[in-house]
Ligand binder design. Sequence first.
Ligand code: ADP
Ligand code: MG
Length: 478
Amino acid sequence: MFRPSNSQDNNDIKNFVAFTNCFSDMISRISIADSSIIYVSPSCKRLLGFTSQELLNHSLFDFVHPNDRLKVEQAFAVKTHDTDKVVYRMKRQEGDYIWVETTFCHYEYLESQDHEQYFCLTRDVTDLKLTEEQLKENQKKYRDLVEHSHDTIGVVTFDGCWIFINGSGKKLFGITRIGEMIGRSMFEFVKKQDHEKLETAINETIKQQSIQELRDITISRSDHEMRQTEIKMIPTSYKGRETIQVVLRDISDRKKTEEMLQQTEKLSVVGELAAGIAHEIRNPLTAVKGFAQLLKQHNYADVMLQELDRIEEIVNDLLILAKPQVTSTEVTDLIKIMNKTVTLMNPQAIMHNVTIQTQFSSEEIKVECEADQLKQVFINVIKNAIEAMENGGNINIYIDDYHHYVMLRFIDTGTGITPDRLKKLGEPFYSTKEKGTGLGLMTSKKIIENHHGQFNIDSKVNKGTTVTMTLPKSLATN
Ligand code: ADP
Ligand code: MG
């Protein structure tokens, strides 16, 4: 302990003791020779849970966490006259450890046997240390997140120059080193057609300080390959500078998958159709085969021809269904096609006591189409109408000419269709007729849609059915 020599010193010591009692920081003196604690202020109770008495003469290292021992030993060995700070863990009376920071100050105490000592000031830095660790961990997590993200994440200046970009950027832009991108403009890698969209998004991000999203932006890679992306722009600050964080997601694969899915859907329809075809074609074939055997005795050629016609009809419909697009279109007069069809269907109508009446808003309406396919649609619809009127009736056909499109309506006075059957009309092979194929409406709808038109059926039971179609007019007529 200090040895007072006069009253001034005495006062100093009083002050010092009062001082050390007030603070939670711990003051101690430690012998450099054997690291024993020579003096420790009463605040050690608050810090470590030990009384001064309990600590005295113990080695400082009895309380240092083994993993931090080396660090403290090194600080101990330096013996500088300057203050030296070490952060390490100290064991508390209850057995737990706290993080402390100790300032070691080398001091020569001539009156003492252990004349080489350290004056130490120790404070609890656990909260500080934990917050620091948390911060570091968060930073690392964020860095890992950015670095290992599938998405390309980068930072650009307000004029769109890259100042940071993560590893995924290499794959998206087709480059070898991220460094190649830094300082270059985002616009260099975006297709010209999308420049305006990109510029607007950047300006809006800055102006509104809010996230902007862009869809379907085409990236032109360094190897000239194209990639479809979705881009998100987030206002942020990077190294103290106002910037924009850019997240690019490559959706080329997703687009491809979507296309493939559509294709698969088509295939499954074809599969469904195939099952139906087998069934539908087998019936007439059985008949033809049976009659062929009988042909030896009687003349059944008529029946065979009828059944063969039916097979032909089914196969024709299927061919139209299988054909994805209208291939050879020509600008044709719709009125002419309709008149020809009506002439063709009239004998059948008369036979069933049905009258066909037509009313056209113009003498000539040109549409770009495959005439034979449209004729097929009209035949299908008129045939259905005739078949729905066993006891005769009327079919009214209207063609109305609008500015950009034509509207066709086929109105019959037949049995009509119940609402639940109306829902099923899109399904192949749905027919209420003994000899029906259930393909007529489906093919008709498909043909009209392939001509960029619309096809719709409206019906009331016992009142009749209206089939409405619209078709775009040929630009040549305007
Ligand atoms: P199909 O004529 O071979 O039966 P469609 O696809 O042409 O096949 O028609 C499917 C079904 O829709 C018909 O079986 C019939 O029940 C119903 N339908 C179609 N058009 C009419 C109509 N104008 N009036 C009443 N029912 C109709
Ligand atoms: Mg039909």
